[in-house]
Design a protein around this ligand. Structure first.
Ligand code: PEP
Ligand code: MG
Length: 559
């Protein structure tokens, strides 16, 4: 089926649809109750404004450093709008006069301004609608410590409209094209799309008939979006992708004959189809929390079971690892009443949230237990921090599954190792589980005290620091001694430099995103493990990140 729209940015691309609803957060926030007095809510607003301003200035500086003054100007303009004293006054008045939460007041004022802009006769103000929505959402995310990290990699963003922030974030996460119902030609989102040379079509009225995972071909030159394109309608633009898809990369056997295991990280059930298509060994990490994001209510046990069963069907008899929903910090469904923490990355999240919320945990565990009675699977616990919480979680699972003993759980049990305290107590933790998955993204974040979502500390979130590598080595060693499979997970596992050192540290199992699959398998096919071990030994003796990098690059130069 072909839909005609209006061109925003030229070029052609094909990929699975990734449907996002940018207004969902504002729609939800309008109902959130205050957590403090009006004075405290006003103070929260003040802190969020300072944080939002710092974020905008940081993105602006990055664009300036890249010599991209046009895009820098967009974020400077956002900072101006944000700092308009009239905006703060309106939100504060709504907090005080209507006793609203800061979030609800922001959402209310954002929608009022949106209406005013849309009712005006000025096309300039129409083009500014996405900017004001963007600022409203940014403020709420700052208040709640949220980001929109999601698996868009290789996908086409489909949305009613897209704010510049959502757009930039999506591009950073690997989006390859965009389709919307509305977008001003001179809007900042349109300007950004052209700057990124990313095919973009707007005016597609039928955008709401497209569901996540639908195969789309976006032709920005003719402003057409093709749903489930046949080979006949495909342009040359996606021939390379077709070529890659048809030519299997082969089995991940190293040059000296060791069979490695390469699994996929998935966040959306539609991605499970890819596992068999590309010949991966299974799903190493299904981030089930994303199932909760694009909804307005918690899923029931039955609904969850349906989705999990569909994933299992797509994966066939390959390995399947489901992680219990990892809520908190940047991953909060808009409708979740997750308690606010001053620092959400260190607050109620992962296993702590699951222990406190049987109402959310039990239906998910029971859905997984039902599936586990039909096929083998592993349930991974997120953000395990201490033996105390691990023991408590196992006790909860036992009760959820109505088992008399832990040994009677219908699934295999695994744990993420992504909090340094758990990594340091790996000898004890490992006794309780059948397998472990090292979450390199969070392990690096917590070990180096560098927020993985904060652009200002991006360079400090560095998995090539000796402290990270030595801890990873220790965890792998202990897992090997206890004969437990250990999988390297997280986006960093597919990082080209890091994946050069991980096999030498003993890693034999990787779980990575689809977009890293081909490159990772090809890299593994070219390595000799003895050489890798020598490199890793040198790297482990390095005292700094710079020394690690220099050893790795001199080794690559010689290879
Ligand atoms: C990680 O922290 O590396 C991980 C795999 O979990 P997530 O990225 O979903 O937090
Ligand atoms: Mg993690």
């Amino acid at each position: 089926m072909i839909h005609q729209g209006r061109p925003i940015s030229p070029g052609a691309a094909r990929g699975p649809a990734f449907v996002i609803n940018g207004r969902l957060l504002l729609d939800a926030a309008i109902k959130w109750s205050p957590v403090g007095t009006p004075q405290q809510e006003t103070e929260r607003l003040h802190s969020a404004r300072i944080q939002a301003d710092a974020q905008l200035r940081s993105v602006e500086r990055q664009f300036v450093a890249q010599g991209n003054s046009d895009d820098a100007g967009i974020f400077a303009a956002h900072a101006l709008l944000l700092n308009d004293p009239g905006l703060a006054e309106r939100i504060t008045a709504a907090i005080k006069e209507q006793t609203l939460s800061a979030e609800a007041a922001i959402a209310q004022v954002t929608f009022e301004i949106e209406r005013q802009f849309l009712e005006s006769n000025s096309s300039m103000l129409h083009d500014k609608v996405t900017d004001i929505l963007d600022i409203g959402q940014r403020l709420i995310r700052c208040l709640r410590g949220m980001s929109t990290a999601a698996a868009i990699d290789g996908g086409v963003i489909v949305s009613e409209s897209l704010t510049p922030s959502d757009f930039v974030r999506a591009v950073h996460q690997g989006a390859i094209a965009a389709v919307t119902a509305t977008c001003g030609q001179k809007s900042h989102t349109a300007i950004l799309a052209r700057g990124f040379a990313l095919p973009f079509i707007t005016g597609v009225a039928a955008f709401d008939q497209i569901t996540s995972g639908t195969d789309l071909f976006v032709d920005g030159d003719t402003a057409r979006v093709v749903i489930d394109p046949t080979p006949e309608v495909m342009s040359l633009a996606d021939s390379d992708r077709e070529h890659d898809a048809k030519h299997s990369v082969g089995v991940p056997i190293t040059a000296d004959g060791t069979r490695m295991t390469v699994l996929l990280n998935i966040s959306d059930p539609s991605e499970a189809e890819v596992v068999a298509e590309i010949g991966a060994d299974g799903v190493g990490l299904y981030r089930t929390e994303f199932l909760y994001m694009d909804r307005t209510t918690w899923p029931s046990e039955d609904e969850s079971f349906e989705v999990y069963a569909a994933v299992a069907k797509a994966v066939g008899d390959r390995e399947l690892n489901f992680r219990l929903a990892d809520f908190g910090a940047e991953k909060c469904p808009p409708y979740a009443d997750i308690p606010l923490s001053r620092n959400p990355a260190l607050g109620i999240r992962g296993i702590r949230f699951l222990l406190a919320r049987a109402d959310i945990r039990t239906p998910q565990v029971r859905a997984l237990a039902r599936l586990a009675r039909q096929r083998p699977l592993t349930v991974l616990l997120p953000m395990v921090d201490t033996v105390d919480n691990l023991q408590a979680a196992i006790e909860c699972l036992r009760r959820d599954c109505k088992c008399r003993r832990e040994e009677d759980l219908p699934f295999r049990l695994g744990t993420m190792i992504e909090v340094p305290s758990a990594a340091l107590q790996i000898e004890e933790i490992i006794e309780y589980v059948d397998s472990i998955a090292i979450g390199l993204n969070d392990l690096t974040q917590y070990l180096l005290a560098a927020d993985r979502d904060d652009e200002m500390v991006e360079s400090h979130h560095d998995a090539l620091q000796p402290a990270v590598l030595r801890l990873v080595r220790r965890v792998i060693e202990v897992a090997d001694q206890h004969d437990r499979p250990v999988t390297m997970c997280g986006e960093l596992a597919g990082d080209p430099l890091l994946s050069r050192v991980l096999p030498g540290l003993g890693a034999r199992r990787f779980s990575i995103s689809q977009s890293h699959y081909r490159a990772t398998v090809t890299r593994l096919q070219s390595i000799h493990l003895d050489q890798q071990k020598n490199v890793a030994e040198q790297v482990l003796l390095s005292v700094s990140g710079a020394a690690v990098r220099s050893r790795l690059s001199s080794n690559t130069d010689r290879a």
